[in-house]
Design a binder for this molecule. Sequence first.
Ligand SMILES: Nc1ncnc2c1ncn2[C@@H]1O[C@H](COP(=O)(O)OP(=O)(O)OP(=O)(O)O)[C@@H](O)[C@H]1O
Ligand SMILES: [Mg+2]
Length: 475
Amino acid sequence: MFKSFFNKFFFIYAVLTLIIFISLTTILTNIIEAFFIDNKYKTMIEVGDTISREYTSAYYGNNMSRINFDYQISALSTHINSRIWILSSEGIIYIDSEKGVNSLEGLKLNNPSIKNALSGEKVTLKGDFYGLSSTPVLSVIVPIKINDITKGIIIMHSPYPAIKKTANYFFNITIICLFFSLAFSIILTYIFSKRITKTFNQMNSTAKSIANGNFESRVMISSNDEIGELASNLNFMAAELGKLEEMRKSFIANISHDFRSPLTSIKGFVQAILDGTIPHETQDKYLQIVLDESDRLTNLTNDILLLTKLENNGVEVNYGEFDIHYLIREVLINFEQKIKEKNINITLLIDKKEIIVHADKDKIQRVIYNLIDNAVKFCNQKDRITIETTKYKDKVNISIKDTGAGISQEDLKYIFNRFHKADISRGEHKKGTGLGLSIVKEILNAHGETINVTSKLHKGTEFVFTLTILKLNNK
Ligand SMILES: Nc1ncnc2c1ncn2[C@@H]1O[C@H](COP(=O)(O)OP(=O)(O)OP(=O)(O)O)[C@@H](O)[C@H]1O
Ligand SMILES: [Mg+2]
């Protein structure tokens, strides 16, 4: 039952609400009743004090008749809904606000509360007042003092059921409000947790579907809170996985093609040599082609192995010091033939002076080779390649810029990914597996250096990477 998030969440909330409701009900019953009782005591004490003052003036001034005093007492009694007794200092009731058969005038009272009041204390008590009241009452006893001498006492009794009734009335209203607000909050929680569960279920099934290889699955969530963020991250992850899958598929297609074509020609030529189709005199030429194609296969395999090692941090960077300008010139020599074929214009904006850098020479040679290889490959006849170095603080920026095919903004995001080849480079003359730039990026990463690219389709491309100048030679 409690396996689902909704059940757990809702159950905990409902139990908590119930506990709060029960506790509040208990606390409120006592608080509300105590409040009304306290209030009643206060009113009675105030009335008691007023009577005490009136009594004093009546006692001294003789300006209030007994009838008038009697009348005032019964008016106050009605006003505060309490029975009032005025007692002499001997404890004899000589005024009772209740007249007739129930009147207790003339009765002498002798109980502990009377004694306390006669000694000057104000007393409050709840009950049947020593058996004198048939219903429970709240009683207040106030001494009448003249010149600090207790001349009598006032006793007031207020029926407890009436107070309890008022308290209950307020209690019921409070409880009804409380009940409705808690019920409302339970309904809101129900709706809210149902919504969250629905969202989670949706994400769950989308995640399962992605795990099963369906990278088109998406979560349909529009909220912009943390859940919305989670959903959009899940969608983003699905999209990225989809792209990776696409790349994997296209890699297999490319790699099979890249392996198959040299293998086909190797097989074809060897077969022709074996069955004598190729005469003995021309065999050398074809064997050279076989050798070249085998080299291509070896290079391809080596590239894949190197990249895998680089990505797993399995390649050590053998730091050394060398002149970057010399290395650029050295690499460029490899492209002499191709540069001539395409009539490419080369501009070298590099100082005659050395710039000694701190890096792994073989690997940086590979970086420069791959970048120039791309520049040459994607240049058309009579295009221009500019190679420039500029010092900045302890770094040297090496820029390789061409006026060739350029890369679209969409492709630009992915060119450093393994096996990515822009559509434009899929033409038959543009051989390559899309590993070159991944290798470049990984080598520079391993050095802690950076590479940036800017490009415009049909206008040209510029790659700029950094190397660290050896401090010693910089002085
Ligand atoms: N100078 C450039 N001009 C235009 N496009 C480029 C340039 N350099 C790279 N690209 C684009 O980036 C893609 C990836 O380049 P990368 O060097 O990784 O692969 P490749 O040259 O196709 O193959 P490989 O280098 O493995 O032989 C290229 O296929 C091409 O689309
Ligand atoms: Mg390349």
